[in-house]
Write a protein that binds this ligand. Structure first.
Ligand code: FPP
Length: 251
């Protein structure tokens, strides 16, 4: 994987793309298969997107793989997603590490089965020195849970006298989130036609652009990613400010 040059290659590329990978179950059901058979096909789509993203100038890619609410799914399906995460790390970690990818898992570590926690830590340790491309997998992640954990950490700092309540700022809260150190996502994509955030990156997506694509995740590929980035490039981001032309006109 070549180093990313955002200025040269793709001046308008969203630096950080986050994806709600939705539609694995429906993909399988439409073929008359049990829902969980969609998930291995979802892993193939992950491989395609991880491969394609740097070519589009993307430097950070965050994938929503398992939410704090997904524990409510049938036990067999939960076990299948855990198995696939382990399989993915076991089969792809060396290649990703040698390509300069840094892997980070977002979300609560407590509650993960020990073998999954172990493999997640291995992936992070093995790639800790890399900086060509940043791949985040949100696993046992919930935006609210992350904010609750941050609030608890800040409360503990206040209780111990290390922090005064009035000193709590955007930056200090951000630093307690599991996304600490990541740029906010410029573009959030959701597949399958659903138009919801589903507890993903609640704090971080405050100013993100959203693109909803009517494709089931197992069918996702480089062309769909390109189309989402093209759509992003048509948007004008204002971060609460005014339209650039209006600012100029107002002198
Ligand atoms: C969404 O489809 C998919 C998920 C919630 C699971 C995604 C997990 C993987 C692709 C495998 C494991 C992860 C990695 C990183 C290797 P859905 O089941 O919600 O689809 P539906 O809305 O059609 O039911």
């Amino acid at each position: 994987m070549a180093p990313i040059d955002h200025e040269e290659a793709t001046p308008h590329a969203p630096l950080h793309v986050a994806i709600v990978m939705d539609g694995n179950g429906r993909w399988a059901k439409r073929r008359g298969l049990p829902r969980q058979l969609g998930h291995p096909k979802g892993v193939d789509a992950i491989r395609r997107v991880v491969e394609a993203a740097p070519d589009h100038g993307v430097g950070w890619l965050t994938l929503y793989a398992f939410s704090t609410e997904n524990w409510r799914r049938p036990a067999g399906e939960v076990a299948e997603v855990m198995r696939l995460l382990k399989l993915y790390v076991n089969s792809d970690l060396e290649k990703l590490a040698r390509s300069g990818v840094r892997i980070r898992i977002l979300g609560r570590r407590t509650g993960l089965p020990p073998d999954v926690a172990e493999i997640v830590e291995r992936a992070e340790r093995r790639t800790a020195g890399n900086d060509k491309f940043f791949l985040q997998v949100a696993f046992n992640y919930g935006g609210r849970a992350d904010l609750v954990d941050a609030a608890r950490a800040l409360a503990a700092d206040v209780a111990s006298g290390r922090l005064a309540p009035e000193d709590i700022s955007d930056e200090l809260l951000q630093a307690k989130l599991s996304t600490d150190g990541l740029p906010d996502p410029d573009l959030v994509i959701r597949t399958s036609g659903e138009q919801r955030l589903s507890n993903f990156l609640l704090w971080e997506s405050a100013y993100s652009e959203f693109v909803f694509q009517d494709v089931l995740w197992p069918d996702y590929n480089a062309e769909y990613l390109r189309a989402a980035i093209d759509e992003y490039n048509k948007r004008e981001r204002r971060y609460g400010g005014a339209v650039a032309d209006d600012v100029l006109a107002a002198g």
